[in-house]
Design a binder for this molecule. Structure first.
Ligand code: FES
Length: 159
């Protein structure tokens, strides 16, 4: 079987056109599809003005966390416990008990964090006093900038 010159040139032109077309479309398609493949990048979350956070007692703070999911931004209402002894240094605890994740509360009279699920007790620094939790309360990284407290909503490595 032989191919005449006209047929060969026709196939070569179509082939070359296809290669050029694909090489032009690939970057454009990548540009539009890349948000769907991007991993979520954690951002600092504003907890509030430092001067509004009471000194010496843990305070439960609500905040909005925005999370990118492909092209969508999802907002979640979350909480954290904030402690400062001097209004300059801050500790932010995850609000879930380190046993099985129940929300604990601060008991003003006992000056302890109490978890109702299995009767765990933590001191003001999040250390386990009694009960089944295997480790102290989990903490978040924090920073203070221009009188505002920021938190990185990724838990520090668990001890
Ligand atoms: S979940 Fe808190 S003690 Fe079990």
């Amino acid at each position: 079987m032989t191919m005449d010159r006209r047929k060969f040139l026709e196939l070569a032109i179509y082939g070359l056109g296809s290669v050029v077309g694909i090489s032009l479309l690939a970057p454009i398609a990548t540009y539009f599809l890349s948000p769907a493949w991007k991993k979520h990048i954690e951002d600092w979350v504003l907890l509030g003005e430092t001067k509004k956070i009471p000194v010496g007692k843990p305070t439960k703070i609500e905040f909005i966390q925005r999370r990118k999911d492909g092209w969508m931004t999802v907002e979640e209402k979350r909480t954290a416990w904030v402690l400062t002894r001097d209004g300059k240094e801050f500790t932010v605890f995850d609000p879930r008990c380190t046993h099985l994740g129940c929300p604990y509360r601060w008991d003003e009279a006992k000056e302890k964090f109490l978890c109702p699920c299995h009767a765990a007790v933590f001191d003001v620094d999040g250390q386990v006093i009694s009960g089944p939790p295997p480790r102290p309360l989990d903490r978040y990284d924090v920073k203070v900038e221009a009188g505002k407290l920021w938190m990185l909503p990724t838990l520090k490595e668990k001890v």
